[in-house]
Ligand binder design. Structure first.
Ligand SMILES: C=CC1=C(C)c2cc3[nH]c(cc4nc(cc5[nH]c(cc1n2)c(C)c5CCC(=O)O)C(CCC(=O)O)=C4C)c(C)c3C=C
Ligand SMILES: [Fe+2]
Length: 472
């Protein structure tokens, strides 16, 4: 069996563990794994060929090997077993001879379970492709229609994440993801503030969904902000991500309409020679000091506890979504040293300016020969630290975006900043307030859209996301 190369480091992801373990045991059905907030990880490759073209998903993915450690959202699996493999034959452009039957790449076989204690797409390693969509319920649609929609969506998400076709009653799969494996597809569902009035569920609305305060960096477009329902799709393959998007969008027909859509990306797995934290479009290593699932307060920071309120949010999390435009033409005018002082970390390797390596804790009080602080007082990485914000912390799991050139000829590019926390008032809000008061990075950013969504815990097998809210 081919050795699986190590993965990129993702949000909440430490490193890939490559000790394959057989998971074909029917005593461990998908969806019942409650593995705690361990690192969910997968790699750009997998241990064997996935299902070949036309191979039924049921056959192709019936024998699996666990490639990563168990994740909070379920297990990241790589398929191993039958099938002719996909993308077989001559290797195109890689310079490597493609042996008949040997997959060029095996990242397609990586899979996350839909069912579990938490929804997928929170601690799952960051994927290369993402779509964010907000929907508003259609005129006349209420709680009953919303419940039916969430049931349909959950069923489809579970099938697609397992590498199965989207075919629903009377519907036909589009074939867009045909030939591909699940490719670490995740689908995550959330509820916005407005959902509760639309469905007569005001009394179940969490206080944590109260609208975010305004910030001085805000230039918010209301049409691209908030929404009744939120869907996050991530996958290592663009076609797999699009396929899921289309299927879910079509299933919403009659019940909900797209309010806004944003598309993002991250580095492709395997692009770097060794596992690395990803970079953003400013060229910085971004994600270093994310809370790690191995840390004892990780679950407390990211997830609503089992006895938390409201009860339907147990095991859930709150997602703050911000479309943050980067003023790249201005940023790129700065020298390398100036850029580094804005963040307080080196661009080359992400190490703090006080020395060490990427993972060295910054020495905030350390000064240089000129007596100046090495990590400036307004450096982004200093200001955002939990110990500078009364312990406020969040799990950042963003996608970059690039939507072309705007009317001024400037790149419409930046970060789809997504952060996860048990309570936005102890995560995003205090940190953004602090950034507002004097962050060196802020003058290169513009917050153009904003959303806050309650993301319930994962659905048990046979249930759908949000069932406790909608039927409780
Ligand atoms: C309100 C929360 C935050 C916003 C908005 C935000 C925007 C933003 N950040 C970067 C780049 C980096 N951020 C880094 C660290 C960092 N940022 C936040 C919060 C927000 N960032 C936190 C909580 C942290 C971690 C602080 C810590 O615990 O030490 C870094 C340094 C490397 C890292 O730790 O990830 C970079 C780089 C951009 C480009 C951006 C908006 C576009
Ligand atoms: Fe940041």
């Amino acid at each position: 069996m081919a050795q699986k190369p190590p993965t990129e480091r993702g949000a909440g992801d430490a490193a890939v563990q490559k000790g394959p373990r057989d998971r074909s045991d029917p005593g461990h059905p998908a969806g019942t794994a409650d593995t705690g907030p361990g690192a969910a990880d997968s790699g750009p490759g997998a241990a064997g060929p996935g299902p070949g073209p036309g191979t039924s998903a049921a056959a192709g993915f019936s024998r699996r090997r666990l490639l990563g450690t168990a994740g909070a959202t379920g297990l990241v699996l790589g398929a191993a077993g039958a099938g002719t493999g996909y993308a077989v034959g001559e290797a195109g452009g890689s310079g490597e001879p493609g042996a008949e039957g040997r997959p060029l790449s095996t990242l397609g076989t990586d899979m996350v379970m839909f069912h579990g204690k938490h929804q997928p797409g929170i601690t799952t390693p960051m994927q290369a492709h993402g779509h964010l969509l907000a929907f508003d319920l259609a005129p006349g649609a209420g709680r009953k229609e919303a419940a039916a929609l969430l049931r349909r969506w959950s069923g489809t998400a579970a099938r697609l994440m397992a590498g199965e076709p989207a075919a629903t009653a009377g519907g036909r799969d589009t074939d867009v993801a045909r030939d591909a494996g699940p490719s670490l597809l995740t689908v995550t569902f959330g509820f916005g503030h407005s959902f509760f009035a639309r469905t007569g569920l005001e009394r179940s609305r969490p206080d944590a969904l109260d609208p975010l305060p305004g910030f001085s960096a805000d230039r918010l477009d209301k049409g691209r902000s908030n929404g009744d329902l939120w869907v996050q799709i991530g996958a290592q393959d663009a076609l797999v991500a699009f396929h899921a998007l289309r299927a879910l969008q079509k299933e919403a027909a009659g019940a909900a309409r797209v309010r806004w859509q944003m598309n993002g990306f991250n580095r492709s797995p395997g692009a770097t020679a060794r596992p690395m934290t990803t970079r953003n479009l400013m060229g910085q290593i971004d994600g270093t000091n994310n809370p790690k699932p191995s840390e004892k307060d990780f679950a407390r920071r990211v997830f609503v506890p089992e006895d938390g309120a409201p009860a339907w949010m147990a095991g859930g999390s709150y997602a703050v979504v911000r479309r943050i435009r980067m003023l790249l033409d201005d940023w790129e005018q700065l020298s390398g040293g100036e850029q580094e002082r804005v963040i307080g970390r080196r661009k080359s390797d992400g190490a703090p300016l006080s020395g060490g390596t990427e993972t060295t804790d910054p020495r905030l009080e350390k000064t240089g020969p000129d007596g100046e602080l090495l990590v400036p007082l307004d450096a982004h990485a200093r200001i955002t630290r939990p110990d500078q914000n009364g312990g406020a912390a969040m799990l950042r799991r963003p996608f970059s975006f690039h939507d072309g050139i705007d009317a001024d000829g400037e790149p419409d590019a930046g970060l789809l900043f997504i952060c996860w926390q048990a309570d936005p008032l102890r995560g995003f809000v205090p940190v953004q307030r602090k950034l507002d008061r004097g962050d060196a990075l802020s003058k290169f950013l513009r917050h153009e859209a904003s959303g806050l969504f309650a993301v319930p815990g994962g659905a048990a097998k046979g249930e759908y996301v949000g069932q406790q809210l909608l039927e409780g």
